[in-house]
Write a protein that binds this ligand. Structure first.
Ligand code: GLN
Length: 445
C-alpha cells in the first residue's frame, strides 16, 4: 500500500488518474490487515486497488467526474466494492472518468483530463481512463471500471493493460451510478490475465439488491487459465476488419490471431451483418436510458444545488450548471428519442435492431467458441484531437458497442505496439463464458 501511494505521489501530478486519493484510510486499513493472524488469507489480502468514481464508496466522495455530484458522499458502498473488501483489498482512491461515463477519452471529466502514461500527449481512452491509466502507470496492480459501450476495453487497449467486461448480470450493478442500465457492467483492469481472473472471482456473483443479477454458480476462473486451446473455434468477423481500421492495428491483431492458430485453434472468417447499425442503435438507446436515469439530479436529493426563487428555476439552474456539454447533449438526444411522437420511429426501432445484433452473435456462437477482433480501430489519439467532433469520438467504440448490446463478455488484452502505442486484441465469448475468454487471452499472453 505504501508503494502504491508513493507511486501515485510521484506520477499523478502528470497522469492524473485519481480524483480522490484515500491515503490515510488506506494505511489504516493495511495496518489492520497486517495484524490479522496468518493462515487462510482471502484472495486479495492486502492488495491495493482503485475504484472508478462512479461506484459508491461509503463515506468517500463519489463524483462521477461531474460538478453536479462534486460534493456527494454516499452512505453505502457498491456491492462490487463490498465484495473486494470481503477479500481484504485496500482501496487507495477513486479514479477519474468521463462525466457520468459518457466519453472515450476522459476529456469529459468536469475536473481535469487523465493522460496516457505511455505518452502524456495522448488520451488514456474512456470512460474508465483513470482506472486504466492507474494500472498502466504502475500506481495500482488492479482497478475497477464500468463498461456501457466499451469503457473498460477501449481504455485497456489504449493503455496496454488487460480489461474485462463481464456478461450482463454477472457483476452486481448495485451502487454503480446508472448511465444506461440495460448495458452497464462493472469489470476489472489488471496488468495480466491471471490478476484479471482473480479480481473477477472476487466481484462476480448473485446480489438480491440488483434485479438483473444472474443467480448462477460462479466457476473457478483461475482453474481455466492453463488449459490449452487446441481445437478452440475462433471466429473473425469480417465487418471488424473493414474500412476505418488502422492498418498497423490490423497487422498486430492478425499476428495475435496467428499465434492462437499456431497453438491449435481453428480460425475462420464469419459475418455479423448488422454491425453497421450498432453505433446508431447505441446512441439512441444509451442516451434514452441516460435521460431517464439522470432525471434524479434535481438539486433536491443529491449533490449540488443552485439556489433560485422558485422550484422550477432551481431545477433548471442546477442542471444547467451541474452537467457538462456531452451529458446535456445526451439528455437531449434521449429525451427526443423517447418523446411520444418519436418513440416508435427511434427508440422502438433501435430496440428491434438491438435484437438483430444479438441474433448475429447467437448464430456465430452456434459454431464457434470465441470471436476475436481489434478492441478499437486506432491506438490512443492525441488529447484535443477529437473533442470538436462527437461523431469521430463515437466511432472509437465501433467494435465494443455490439458486445454490450448483446450482453456478452469481452476482454481486451495487449497485443503489441503500433506507432509506439499499445494495441488491444478483443476476445468476445458466449454469455457467462468468462472462463473461455480468459483462457484464450492467457494463451495469447
Ligand atoms: N464511449 C462510449 C460512450 O461515450 C461508451 C461509454 C461507456 O462504456 N461508459 O458512451
Amino acid at each position: 500500500t505504501q508503494a502504491a501511494l508513493q507511486k501515485i505521489e510521484q506520477t499523478d501530478s502528470q497522469v492524473k488518474s485519481f480524483l480522490t486519493v484515500t491515503a490515510e484510510q488506506a494505511i489504516d486499513q493495511a495496518q489492520k490487515l497486517d495484524r490479522l493472524p496468518d493462515g487462510n488469507l482471502p484472495l486479495l489480502y492486502g492488495i491495493p486497488g482503485a475504484i472508478k468514481d462512479n461506484m459508491c464508496t461509503e463515506g468517500i466522495k463519489t463524483t462521477c467526474a461531474s460538478q453536479i455530484l462534486a460534493n456527494y458522499i454516499p452512505p453505502y458502498s457498491a456491492t462490487a466494492v463490498t465484495k473486494l473488501q470481503e477479500q481484504n483489498f485496500v482501496m487507495v482512491g477513486k479514479t477519474n472518468m468521463d462525466e457520468f461515463a459518457m466519453g472515450s477519452s476522459n476529456e469529459n471529466s468536469a475536473f481535469y483530463p487523465t493522460r496516457n502514461p505511455w505518452n502524456l500527449e495522448r488520451v488514456p481512452g474512456g470512460s474508465s481512463g483513470g482506472s486504466a491509466a492507474a494500472v498502466a502507470a504502475g500506481q495500482v496492480p488492479f482497478s475497477l471500471g464500468s463498461d456501457t459501450g466499451g469503457s473498460i476495453r477501449q481504455p485497456a487497449s489504449y493503455c496496454g493493460v488487460v480489461g474485462l467486461k463481464p456478461t450482463y448480470g454477472l457483476v452486481s450493478r448495485f451502487g454503480l451510478v446508472a448511465y444506461a442500465s440495460s448495458l452497464d457492467q462493472i469489470g476489472p483492469f489488471a496488468r495480466n490475465v491471471e490478476d484479471t481472473a482473480a479480481v473477477l472471482q472476487a466481484i462476480a456473483g448473485y446480489d438480491e439488491l440488483d434485479s438483473t443479477s444472474a443467480n448462477l454458480e460462479i466457476p473457478d476462473y483461475s482453474a481455466a487459465l492453463n488449459r490449452d486451446i487446441k481445437g478452440l473455434r475462433i471466429a473473425m468477423p469480417k465487418e471488424y476488419f473493414a474500412e476505418g481500421l488502422d492498418p498497423a492495428v490490423r497487422d498486430r491483431v492478425l499476428d495475435a490471431i496467428r499465434l492462437l492458430e499456431s497453438q491449435g485453434a481453428v480460425v475462420e472468417e464469419v459475418t455479423l451483418p448488422h454491425t453497421k447499425y450498432a453505433v446508431a442503435c447505441y446512441y439512441l438507446l444509451a442516451p434514452a436510458e441516460a435521460s431517464s436515469n439522470l432525471a434524479r439530479y434535481d438539486g433536491v436529493r443529491y449533490g449540488v444545488r443552485v439556489e433560485a426563487d422558485d422550484l422550477i428555476d432551481m431545477y433548471k439552474q442546477t442542471r444547467a450548471k451541474g452537467f457538462g456539454a456531452e451529458v446535456k447533449r445526451r439528455i437531449m438526444l434521449g429525451t427526443y428519442a423517447l418523446s411520444s411522437g418519436y418513440y416508435d420511429a427511434y427508440y422502438l426501432r433501435a430496440q428491434k435492431v438491438r435484437t438483430l445484433i444479438k441474433q448475429d452473435f447467437d448464430r456465430v456462437f452456434e459454431k464457434f467458441d470465441v470471436i476475436v477482433s481489434p478492441t478499437a480501430p486506432t491506438v490512443a489519439f492525441k488529447a484535443g484531437e477529437q473533442t470538436e467532433d462527437p461523431m469521430t469520438m463515437y466511432l472509437n467504440d465501433i467494435y465494443t458497442i455490439p458486445v454490450n448490446l448483446a450482453g456478452l463478455p469481452g476482454i481486451s488484452v495487449p497485443c503489441g505496439l503500433a506507432d509506439g502505442m499499445p494495441v488491444g486484441l478483443q476476445i468476445i465469448g458466449k454469455a457467462f463464458a468468462e472462463s473461455t475468454i480468459l483462457q484464450t487471452a492467457h494463451a495469447y499472453e
